[in-house]
Design a protein around this ligand. Sequence first.
Ligand code: ADP
Ligand code: TRP
Length: 326
Amino acid sequence: MAASTHPQRVLSGIQPSGQLHLGNYFGAIQPNLAMAGRGENIFFIADLHAMTTMQDRAALERARADIILDYLACGFDPERSILFYQSHVPAHAQLLWILSTIAPMGLLERAVSYKEKVEKGIAASVGLFTYPVLMAADILLYDATHVPVGKDQKQHVEIARDLAGKFNGTFGETFTMPEPVIRESTAVVPGTDGQKMSKSYGNTIPLFGSDAAIKKAIMGIVTDSCAVHDPKNPEGCIVYQMHKLFLDEGDQKALADEYRSGLPYGEGKKRLLTTYMDFFAPMRLRREELASKPDAVAKIVAEGAAKARAIADVTLERVMKAVGLE
Ligand code: ADP
Ligand code: TRP
């Protein structure tokens, strides 16, 4: 049985777990958008995954509605891409169960993200442990060939590959082997304190925050104690590392040279703020427009779920047949 008839299908998901930040944009959203011209694309809001860490009904509802607006504002085109909430397609949870019956405990016990979350104090629920199996179901249901993710999610895509291989070996060719797509240049966007930017470290620059919040975050980026006009090392400068995300190679080099010739950090931050605002202004405007049209947004999400269900149900049927539960 041919597992896939699609030469390329890009799929990715994001958890609705807080305000989008610069790391999410360059690590997840922009790479997804960059691949959007190539083949059929599927993007979803991983609201079932979010339940492993969010058990506050109002907060989950709000975060889920916010992130749809964020995604659309960033340029996802619902005409060309399928955009939906994971929980609106029951096949994800169904395939999770089937895959979990062949998922080796040892494989999941090696998952770094689970251990890190538990170390951070998140309750060690069964759902948190089987998180990578749900993610494998997300990917395999759509015969995804390419899965753009940040570096921290690479292991999860590898687990999806392991499970696809194990399933195919046990029950016959059923699933397409997905490839993680990691953009090394922006694989880890630094936060304002130099650690990885993450909402859990409180070091983010929000995409859709108020002007004042963005300014405060950028002007608060940590710098070393070089005197104002001393030569600076751009590689060790967080302001430069962030700024270069917005620039092409020539402009990156020019700015790096300015730092080496003593560009003051304060001036560098002001320039970063201007670049940031110019870059995100159209998206911020579009988000405001979308927020004023809740019915149109609800329609996009409903249509996305219908299209996703049509694909996922065919795969699930193939799976049921393969395991003997037709
Ligand atoms: P956070 O670390 O803020 O909780 P998430 O884990 O929700 O962010 O990440 C959502 C997506 O954004 C994932 O694909 C993740 O890899 C990517 N991402 C998050 N932070 C960064 C970062 N600092 N650099 C690059 N990509 C990131
Ligand atoms: N776990 C991913 C994250 O936290 C989100 C996600 C869920 C995902 N299912 C996916 C990403 C499938 C890619 C493919 O970022």
